[in-house]
Design a protein around this ligand. Structure first.
Ligand SMILES: NC(=O)c1ccc[n+]([C@@H]2O[C@H](COP(=O)([O-])OP(=O)(O)OC[C@H]3O[C@@H](n4cnc5c(N)ncnc54)[C@H](OP(=O)(O)O)[C@@H]3O)[C@@H](O)[C@H]2O)c1
Length: 386
């Protein structure tokens, strides 16, 4: 029989009818919520540190969908990237009081374990870590190594971006190797457009012995990349690169300005890669840079994505992609096995986000939401629920 929990907890709740209003944080309200019953297969946990994620931003913007409408629920508690501590384990949960766990973000999968609905996002009747305490299925908890040598703040930002990066890069490299093996080309040039998932992918590529490249418009990020052995490509040299197919075809001034920026980007890629181009390009940005991403790829190169931060529609010339034998891969998060493997690998190889310079306080979560929407946070924005 389940344990009846009568206590209430504080949560930042997304109010569905306010999603899409600006500032986006207007859709968040702090409320007391009552926790559901604890089943034998679930755990009562407390949120320690959480990370602000692209999916939370998409939910506040109601872009591409209003998840409250889709879920037929007026209010939703978001948040699927965090470190939580078990307060009360369900008797069949396999976990113990005090265990620190990451969130595994897939609420529903297909029969092969690939995510179809995300916890605390589009999966109905699921709740996330924008609550001080929550009851969560044990299947959504990944125990951290008991003696982890890494800070919990770093693990908090791992759950979504790093697990996604693990799944995406594995598929991308396997796809490349389906045409060109290690004898053809032992070291691959793996390029990516800035962002947390991309950072995770290029640092993983480096640990696997490949040559990593990351595009960013930030001077301090370029300095950091230099220190960790990732070649930075300075986006400020071609700032404003943004493809619009209609304008490209109809507006000669736009056409000329776009082409000039794209040429600067492509020259920078050729210069950085010794004339080879990228063997894999990770593009989670979408519409504005898709054309440039494809043009930066070497023959037999792999276009890899798991996101669409700035647009989902990406037209391409099938003939060019065919002749160049480009492979396009699209992945969404990862299976539970991949998630477990990624955590073991991270513990052993120190493959985690950098320690955040700032940890946002619980009461500042709406400010964090707006700062993220404006692009004014680090790539790994972490908040504390303590
Ligand atoms: N499917 C999944 O399971 C999954 C998992 C994780 C993320 N995602 C999605 O992937 C996307 C990226 O998320 P993220 O957290 O990895 O990235 P992020 O940290 O949100 O990326 C932000 C960075 O992208 C760069 N950027 C923004 N607009 C750009 C533009 N127009 N051109 C070039 N660069 C631009 C900027 O880097 P600089 O300022 O340094 O230039 C910016 O700081 C989101 O849509 C997210 O929802 C999906």
């Amino acid at each position: 029989m389940g344990i009846r929990l009568t206590e209430a907890t504080k949560a930042w709740v997304l109010i569905g009818e306010k999603a899409g209003c600006t500032p986006f944080s207007d859709a968040l309200e702090q409320k007391k919520i009552t926790l559901p019953e604890l089943s034998p297969e679930s755990c009562l946990v407390e949120t320690l540190y959480g990370s602000w994620e692209g999916n939370m931003d998409h939910a506040l913007r109601a872009d591409p969908v209003n998840i409250c409408v889709q879920r037929k629920e007026p209010e939703v508690v978001l948040g699927n990237s965090a470190v939580v501590r078990v307060l009360a384990p369900g008797e069949n949960s396999g976990l113990a009081e005090g265990d620190c766990c990451l969130i595994y973000g897939a609420a529903e999968t297909d029969e092969y374990g690939y995510m179809t609905l995300a916890l605390a996002y589009d999966a109905p009747a699921t709740s996330g870590v924008l609550a001080k305490r929550l009851v969560i299925p044990a299947a959504n908890l990944i125990p951290l190594p008991k003696t982890t040598r890494h800070d919990l703040e770093r693990w908090a930002a791992f759950s979504i971006r790093y697990i996604t990066a693990w799944g995406n890069l594995n598929v991308a490299i396997k796809a490349f190797r389906s045409q060109m093996d290690e004898h053809d080309l032992p070291v691959l040039n793996i390029g990516a457009w800035g962002g947390g998932t991309s950072y995770a992918e290029v640092t993983l590529a480096k640990l696997r012995g490949h040559a990593p490249f990351l595009v960013t418009s930030s001077g301090s990020r370029l300095e950091h990349l230099k220190k960790i052995g990732v070649t930075g490509i300075d986006r400020r040299r071609f700032m404003g690169l943004s493809f619009d197919e209609d304008r490209y075809d109809s507006d000669p001034d736009y056409h000329k300005a776009y082409a000039a920026r794209e040429d600067i980007f492509l020259e920078a890629v050729l210069e950085a890669t010794g004339g080879q181009g990228f063997h894999v390009i990770v593009d989670n940005i979408g519409t504005p840079i898709f054309r440039a991403s494809l043009r930066s790829l070497a023959r037999q190169g792999v276009f890899a994505t798991s996101g669409w931060k700035r647009g989902m529609r990406t037209p391409l010339f099938r003939a060019i992609e065919t002749i160049q034998r480009h492979i396009h891969i699209h992945t969404h998060y990862a299976t539970r096995n991949e998630a477990d493997e990624s955590v073991s690998f991270a513990e052993e190889n120190d493959w985690l986000p950098p320690m955040p310079a700032r940890v946002w306080r619980w009461q500042d979560i709406p400010a964090l939401a707006d700062a993220y929407a404006e692009g004014d946070t680090s790539w790994f924005p972490v908040f504390s629920a303590l």
